[in-house]
Design a protein around this ligand. Structure first.
Ligand code: SF4
Length: 350
């Protein structure tokens, strides 16, 4: 019997579109949100298995707060399951966060991005640094004991000093987890069309290595390329992806790895709302297990076991020694290696 799976629910609404983002989302309306929640529940009624993690991602899941209780009541969630919702700081009112908490959400992931006002406006974000800090404190008062903050690296004009100010202020807040993502200029976005001046490759590498060092010193251990946690607070849902375990994705743009196949739901909210069951386009009907375990496992600080890397040893000798470690039989990339993970993985699997 399969281990209980994870469940990802994509919430494709945003109040406004941030200029760097190409996640699938549409403008919010109460009517569409209600229709959307009903369609999610309808799709979930096809599954009676218990889920061990649930993740509401987006988009802006907090806009669906009035319906999250109904969605969670419509499925079986294992006792002790991790239930996460992403939240935008400007929408974190005490009432909404209490509503999420009493609906059964026990982990909040707040899109802080930066605690520097200039960097937030360069990103076109709607919230201020103060609102972001307040959102974390409000979450704590609403009963959340597992709170994550997303921050961004390589923001226009970001320096190691401004980054260290952000991480130091974050460390004073009741956070258990921090994700630090590199700003990526996506072609289909306003930033893609008119790119802002961002730190160059060397400066970006320095910012990343500095984030790893700063966060480690502040008690957040790196457990994945972009993720850092206090002991015991690693994201159980995201570990499902990286350990190549199965999960079901519901909603337009959601991806799944389910019954051995990978599939995606088309990016079309109307079609999702109006279809009796979501359309699912197979992206890989027979994924290569070994290759995926190497690719995903090397994202993690725990790395991959000997049985996976031994057969690749002849190519490993082309990888400079400072980019990886071998400890207790496991091969793992160092922080410097993470910066070149795509190239290293491509070389190992070539
Ligand atoms: S970054 Fe978040 S809030 Fe901004 S457009 Fe993307 S999904 Fe929406």
């Amino acid at each position: 019997m399969n281990k209980p799976r994870g469940l990802y629910i994509h919430v494709p609404f945003c109040l406004t579109k941030c200029p760097y983002c190409d996640f699938y989302s549409v403008p919010f309306s109460h009517k569409t949100a209600r229709e959307y929640a009903n369609a999610v529940i309808r799709n979930l009624s096809r599954y009676d298995e218990p889920f061990r993690t649930v993740y509401f991602g987006g988009g802006t899941p907090i806009l669906l707060a009035p319906y999250i209780g109904d969605i969670l009541r419509s499925i079986r969630v294992e006792s002790g399951a991790e239930v996460t919702a992403e939240a935008n700081p400007c929408l974190c009112s005490p009432k909404t966060l209490e509503q999420l908490r009493s609906a059964g959400v026990n982990r909040l992931s707040i899109g802080v991005q930066s605690l520097n006002g200039g960097e937030l406006s360069a990103l076109g974000r709607r919230h201020s640094a103060l609102q972001a800090e307040q959102a974390v404190l409000t979450a704590k008062s609403a009963g959340f004991d597992d709170i994550s903050a997303d921050i961004m690296l390589a923001i226009p004009k970001q320096t190691e000093a401004s980054l260290s100010e952000t991480t130091a202020r974050l460390a004073e807040l009741p956070l258990t987890h921090i994700s630090a993502y590199l700003l990526k200029i996506e072609p289909r976005t306003p930033f893609g069309k008119t790119p802002p001046e961002t730190p160059d490759e060397d400066e970006t590498a320095a910012l990343y290595l500095s984030a790893v060092k700063q966060l480690g010193a502040l008690g957040f251990s790196q457990y994945e390329i972009s993720n850092f946690a206090k002991a015991g607070f690693e994201s159980r849902h995201n570990l499902i992806y990286w350990r190549r375990e199965e999960y079901l994705g519901i909603g337009p743009a959601a991806h799944s790895f389910y019954n051995g196949k990978r599939f995606a739901v088309p990016r079309d909210i109307r079609r999702f709302i109006e279809s009796p069951a979501q359309a699912e386009e197979i992206t890989d009907d027979c994924p290569d297990e070994t290759e995926e375990r190497v690719m995903l496992g090397l994202r993690l600080s725990e790395g991959i076991p000997e049985e996976l890397w031994k057969p690749l040893e002849s190519r490993l000798r082309f990888v400079p020694r400072e980019y990886y470690t071998i400890k207790n039989g496991r091969l793992a990339l160092t922080a410097q290696g993470f910066l070149l993970s795509n190239e290293i993985i491509a070389l190992l699997l070539s």
